[in-house]
Design a protein around this ligand. Sequence first.
Ligand SMILES: Cc1cc2nc3c(=O)[nH]c(=O)nc-3n(C[C@H](O)[C@H](O)[C@H](O)COP(=O)(O)OP(=O)(O)OC[C@H]3O[C@@H](n4cnc5c(N)ncnc54)[C@H](O)[C@@H]3O)c2cc1C
Ligand SMILES: NC(=O)c1ccc[n+]([C@@H]2O[C@H](COP(=O)([O-])OP(=O)(O)OC[C@H]3O[C@@H](n4cnc5c(N)ncnc54)[C@H](OP(=O)(O)O)[C@@H]3O)[C@@H](O)[C@H]2O)c1
Length: 433
Amino acid sequence: MTLRVAIVGSGPAGIYTAEALTKQSAGPVEVDVLERLPTPYGLVRYGVAPDHTSIKSIAHYLRRVLEAPGVRFLGGVELGADLHVEDLLACYDAVVYCTGAMVDRQLGIPGEDLPGSVAATDFVNWYCGHPDAPDFTLDVAEVAVVGVGNVAVDVVRILAKTADELRATDIPEQVLTALAESRVKRIHMIGRRGAAHAKFTLKELRELGELLNADILTFPDEVAVEDLTDLSRQIRGNVDVLQSWSTRPPQDRPRRLEVRFWLRPVEILGVSRVEGIRLERTRLEDGRVVGTGEFETIPADMVLRSVGYRSVPLPGVPFSERSMTVPNEAGRVRDREYVAGWLKRGPTGVIGTNKSDAAETVRTLLAEVTPQPSRPTLDDLLAARGVRPVTYQDWLAIEAAEEKLARTLDRGEKVKLVGRAAMLDAFGGADRR
Ligand SMILES: Cc1cc2nc3c(=O)[nH]c(=O)nc-3n(C[C@H](O)[C@H](O)[C@H](O)COP(=O)(O)OP(=O)(O)OC[C@H]3O[C@@H](n4cnc5c(N)ncnc54)[C@H](O)[C@@H]3O)c2cc1C
Ligand SMILES: NC(=O)c1ccc[n+]([C@@H]2O[C@H](COP(=O)([O-])OP(=O)(O)OC[C@H]3O[C@@H](n4cnc5c(N)ncnc54)[C@H](OP(=O)(O)O)[C@@H]3O)[C@@H](O)[C@H]2O)c1
């Protein structure tokens, strides 16, 4: 008998889960990958920076999974809106939730909601062309980026590069125009702990030192590290690079990037919009960050908060408000319900981390679930509700339209279409919800 599994979310976790299910040898399997957007690949499409083309090419691997026999992509279908957990449990032998972490974590300081205080999630969504992204203009001279993780590095790099440097990428045309008109002169990237505690990785950090359009600097006192002996090679590498920037002579480039440490934000300043950020110098006490009572204000027209992502609860699915994940044991949530990816373990880890994570979930699922005959089909249920999913063929038409747009604009391989309407138009689906 065929095992029928619904996977909710078509990011790396969802697709690696589909792959692990199709590659197992226990018996025949059919997998439906449901996705709220008309497009697959989650953060590979709407997170990985447009200039990281080699990382984005992982999509070529992921597409082979969606094209494998027994696997279907059903886009434009949202769990919690178009269908509910009970519907999935009625139609499938098992359900795997892989909906990632879609929203920003908050700083919890005064001024956070002022215009000009922006979550990195929104800014990333914008430059990646996510259909739900707000619009931005870069009519600002000074930007403070809070956080020293890889997302902060991505955001800083996109702000610092020229539009010409990004022309050959798939960055949406309207974003490229906004970047060409950017008035950004000075960018501050702010870490609340030291150089040895920063979360970014060495390869990504080094790229900032290679920016053609921006001088980069650090301050010797802030990047000093007393004892390097117990630190990993990766962290020592970060510290070396950050220290070398403290003595690097400026080249009079149009933009300047300052990487700051031991400063925690205490207030975003401004009356009707952001005018600056107030920071308190910090130190570590018993491994915890504490304030020293010494303050510094950095003028800023825009504050980009890049302090991590957060999962959102799915209606009818258990959720821990403390860990912001779905409680599970090796991927098992409840009878016939499973979880993988960022929703399972929190918003950390690179694309590849989701592969072993998904494999664990699939092992648990296969050990417990037995296929049942004669379940109703999801197709009938969706049709009865007037929901017509975006098929894999429809997605290929969106991709083809993006390739055509790139040729028309004389840009790289693809240029992203922005907005659901443009995507639905690409395959004649304008009448769909
Ligand atoms: C800005 C950014 C840049 C990154 N860059 C890199 C990089 O360069 N290299 C690297 O290795 N890693 C990178 N990562 C990490 C990597 O993207 C993640 O490890 C990975 O995407 C997590 O996979 P996931 O499937 O759990 O979540 P996601 O990739 O977020 O996929 C979740 C999917 O679920 C869908 N969904 C959500 N809710 C519903 C619902 N209710 N119904 C149906 N579908 C739903 C979403 O639309 C999405 O497509 C980056 C992360 C971020 C945030
Ligand atoms: N190229 C790539 O491979 C790539 C690109 C992008 C993302 N990713 C991955 O995606 C994951 C998410 O990245 P991320 O950058 O969003 O998260 P992250 O790596 O967890 O970094 C979050 C940063 O925010 C800081 N922070 C958290 N709360 C704060 C607060 N209240 N005040 C000030 N600073 C605060 C953290 O400092 P503390 O350490 O002090 O908490 C840390 O510097 C990571 O695993 C990352 O490696 C990979």
